[in-house]
Write a protein that binds this ligand. Structure first.
Ligand SMILES: *Cc1c(COP(=O)(O)O)cnc(C)c1O
Length: 393
């Protein structure tokens, strides 16, 4: 079965719901039993990899449907849903560390995960080291006897370095460490981390899976070996998402392949034009042949989403901001993966510790939405014209 067929069918069981195409939104805390025997049988179910309904916090048919679909798309054993992408990242990490352990994180990591390492993990006696995203098998030199997790994100969602995941995973596994990957940019359709040696794949489903900027959700998929630790921590931390948000995610999922093709094409169109502008120092987009990560992207990825960045030559921030402020179709906003185009200032220098960001000018991240690509390009053209006026050209 091809991915486009799988994404339409995975996790759906109309025969269970009177033939309805989609799973019902099951709102449940208490799940009733009529006899002690039935109650005890349900309690035993909890040990199963995919248990039946026992208590709302442990999942409902709404959650199971989406978890089954994502696990299938990621090629994993089982998945769990979380109330946000960050909750998914954090639970994945906490599942594999204890006091005295050490974790390695990419220098391009999602900023709140970096903050977790510097505060929460530190408080509980877990140390961390950040590494150059382009390190590849050189990661071996950073692995300590107590390194338990290598956390990767490819490409980084502000700076877009593509990582050599198979090389990193091979070294991590030699040392017995678990590899966790934030796979939000590519989605399971354009990258399958578990096929490249990763043990745990994390999705901020808030982005492309929900796809409409109207719900927060995270999903983690594990291999069979990594699953028991993830399951234990997920339940110990009381992680579950609300049924309405899960429903919106499973609804968004069914059209994600069609949306992504458009995000990808429009992103490449805009990035290619931006690259030609004299005010631009660099465009950060792995699908462009000029990008340093292009070779790895071509080797490992099946496509590109609509998120990329560019950096201008050094100039006053106030001047650079005229470009953004004059745009009509791109609003400024955190998050991405919805149908609407966005632009956001980026400040890679402020977080990084392992590597020095080489571009001194002001940078911006674009999310190419589903508007007409020519309208989006025309808007950028008038934005750059406004920038030139501000520069006095
Ligand atoms: C947005 C994002 C997250 C966190 O997702 P939320 O749903 O906003 O908590 C994690 N990783 C990446 C790469 C993201 O872009």
């Amino acid at each position: 079965m091809k991915d486009d067929t799988r994404i339409v069918n995975a996790g759906r069981h109309p025969e269970l719901y009177g033939g309805a195409v989609n799973p019902p939104i099951v709102r449940a805390s208490t799940v009733l039993s009529k006899t002690i025997g039935e109650w005890e049988a349900k309690a035993k179910e909890r040990a199963k990899d995919v248990p039946g309904m026992y208590y709302g916090r442990h999942g409902t048919p709404t959650a199971r449907s989406l978890e089954e679909a994502i696990a299938e798309l990621e090629g994993g054993h089982r998945a769990f849903v979380y109330p946000s992408g960050l909750a998914a990242c954090v639970t994945a990490l906490l599942s594999f560390v204890k006091q005295g352990d050490h974790v390695l994180l990419t220098d391009s990591v999602y900023a709140p995960v970096r903050r977790l390492a510097g505060s929460f993990l530190k408080r509980f006696g877990v140390t961390s080291t950040f590494f150059d995203p382009c390190i590849g098998s050189g990661i071996a030199a950073l692995i300590q006897p107590n390194t338990k997790v290598v956390y990767v994100e490819s490409p980084g969602s502000h700076t877009f370095e593509v990582q050599d995941i198979p090389a990193i995973a091979a070294e991590a596994h030699k040392a017995g460490a678990t590899v966790i990957m934030d796979n939000t940019w590519a989605t399971p359709l354009y990258y399958r981390p578990l096929d490249h040696g990763v043990d745990i794949s994390v999705q901020a489903a808030t982005k492309y899976i929900v796809g409409h900027s109207d719900a927060m959700l995270g999903i983690v998929t594990a291999t069979k070996e990594a699953y028991p630790a993830l399951k234990a921590t997920t339940h110990e931390l009381g992680q579950i998402a609300g049924p309405d948000d899960i429903y919106l995610a499973q609804r968004g999922l069914r059209t994600m392949h069609v949306r992504l093709e458009r995000h990808w094409a429009t992103g490449v169109k805009l990035a290619s034009w931006i690259r030609e502008q004299p005010e631009v120092a660099v465009v950060l987009h792995p699908a462009l042949e000029t990008d340093p990560g292009h070779k790895l992207w071509k080797r490992d990825f099946k496509g590109a989403s609509g998120l990329f960045a560019f950096v201008l030559h050094p100039m006053e921030a106030a001047v650079a901001n005229t470009l953004v402020d004059s745009l009509e179709l791109y609003n400024i906003g955190a998050s991405w993966g919805g149908y609407e185009s966005l632009i956001l200032p980026i400040h890679p220098n402020e977080g990084r510790t392992a590597t020095k960001w080489p571009y001194p000018g002001p940078g911006f991240r674009i999310h190419a939405g589903l508007e007409d690509p020519d309208d989006l390009l025309d808007d950028l053209k008038q934005g750059f014209a406004a920038l030139r006026r501000a520069l006095g050209k």
